[in-house]
Write a protein that binds this ligand. Structure first.
Ligand SMILES: Cc1cc2nc3c(=O)[nH]c(=O)nc-3n(C[C@H](O)[C@H](O)[C@H](O)COP(=O)(O)OP(=O)(O)OC[C@H]3O[C@@H](n4cnc5c(N)ncnc54)[C@H](O)[C@@H]3O)c2cc1C
Length: 364
């Protein structure tokens, strides 16, 4: 089949790679001038363990399976990564209860190696930490997401696939048993495909609305939840990722490390109406307060605004967390069309698992 994948983020590239390796002729259309310039280049680059997500959710299943696949992929493709482990810390009795629940959920989800440890054991691992207990996840790690996307692109091209940059999808309609797709950009025009996967991230709802035959009532609402990061100017205080107990809308302002050993903090949750990526320096005050609950030694004046990313959420503040939404032919009845909405965290970790599963829906 001739397959069009819309969007060259980590999810689109993983879907395209899997489809090309199944023998399909695959083209990825990307609106921007390069791959991975959207959500995929604005995240924490954490390979998540998979313990937070409720039983039976796509996020839970794909995170755990995707993590295992991702570590294997990194090893076989030379993608820089480090299984550094993480501590989810509790600083009061309610949080202790919460990390206990996370540990139970993790076991249900099949996460390996989880262990609840006391304050002394946590401090033996991370001497700067202040907590009354912690959940240790040895399977959590970090990855160079750009090198990962380049490796996905390499596999895609080796399997005969191609990426068209500066090529936004502006419309599509079902004609003569195929998808007639309209492209903008300098080399725009109309081309026909047998199947089509919408992996446009923050643009997924707009792309779905531009498809004539896809019922607008099936397009979920898009809620933007920005996550801001601050860098730490100084020697990293921790060797592992340190997370507070989760907050509504995100995992809390956590310590992330990059592969060069630098330490940064974030992301917080800022509900916004329109895409913008500025980091307001005034938010630092909140960061200091939150970080000092588990790292009292954070020096004054050590945080500087860094980058931000936007979560493509399907529900807003105060509403229950939505799962990934994958609308496939068996559900909407249009042959060869898969729509992917709300692929927020842990989309990077889940990408290989999502890619393999979605490529399997194309023949239906
Ligand atoms: C703050 C933050 C932190 C995160 N941290 C983590 C983490 O640590 N670990 C983890 O596993 N996940 C994390 N995630 C989630 C993860 O980053 C995303 O799930 C993943 O990157 C989504 O990839 P994507 O390919 O769906 O989207 P994108 O990377 O945004 O790709 C979509 C692409 O579609 C293109 N596009 C849009 N419209 C069109 C169109 N009309 N035609 C053609 N192309 C189009 C865009 O230009 C873009 O390149 C985080 C997310 C955020 C926001």
């Amino acid at each position: 089949m001739q397959v069009l994948v819309i969007g060259a983020g980590v999810v689109g590239l993983a879907v395209a790679r899997a489809a090309a390796r199944k023998g399909h002729e695959v083209v990825v259309a990307e609106a921007e001038a390069g791959i991975g310039t959207g959500i995929s280049s604005r995240n924490s680059e954490v390979i998540h363990g998979g313990m937070y997500y409720a039983t039976g959710t796509l996020r839970g299943r794909h995170c755990v399976r995707g993590r295992r696949m991702l570590y294997e992929f990194c090893a076989s493709h030379g993608v820089p990564h480090r299984k550094c482990g993480k501590l989810v810390v509790a600083t009061n009795a309610a949080e202790l209860d919460k990390i206990g629940q996370i540990e139970k959920q993790g076991h249900i989800n099949g996460v390996e190696g989880l262990e609840l440890i006391g304050a002394n054991a946590a401090r033996a691992l991370e001497p700067e930490l202040s907590c009354i207990g912690a959940l240790h996840s040895p399977e959590t790690g970090i990855i160079d997401s750009h090198r990962y996307m380049l490796a996905l692109r390499g596999d895609l091209e080796d399997a005969g696939g191609a990426i068209a940059l500066n090529t936004p999808v502006i419309g599509a309609a079902r004609k003569g048993g195929q998808w007639q797709v309209a492209f903008g950009g300098r080399d725009g025009g109309e081309f026909a495909f047998d199947a089509m996967v919408n992996c446009a991230g923050l643009g997924a709802q707009a792309v779905a609305r531009a498809m004539q035959d896809y019922p607008p009532t099936r397009v979920p609402r898009l809620v933007l939840a920005k996550g801001n990061y601050f860098t730490f100017a100084g020697k990293p205080a921790f060797a592992r990722l340190i997370y507070p107990t989760p907050i509504v809308g995100g995992l809390g302002v956590h310590v992330t490390l990059d592969l060069a050993g630098r330490m940064r903090f974030g992301p917080d949750v800022e509900w916004i109406e329109r895409e913008n990526y500025e980091v307001d320096p005034a938010r630092a005050a909140l960061f200091y307060a939150r970080i000092r609950t588990y790292w009292p030694g954070l020096p004054d004046g050590s945080l500087a605004p860094d980058y931000s990313g936007i979560r493509p959420k399907l529900t807003g503040p105060g509403e229950p967390q939505a799962d990934f939404l994958i609308d496939m032919p068996a559900q909407h009845g249009l042959p060869g069309l898969v729509q992917m909405f709300g692929i927020e965290s842990p989309g990077l970790t889940s990408s290989l698992s999502l890619g393999e599963e979605v490529a399997g829906y194309l023949a239906s």
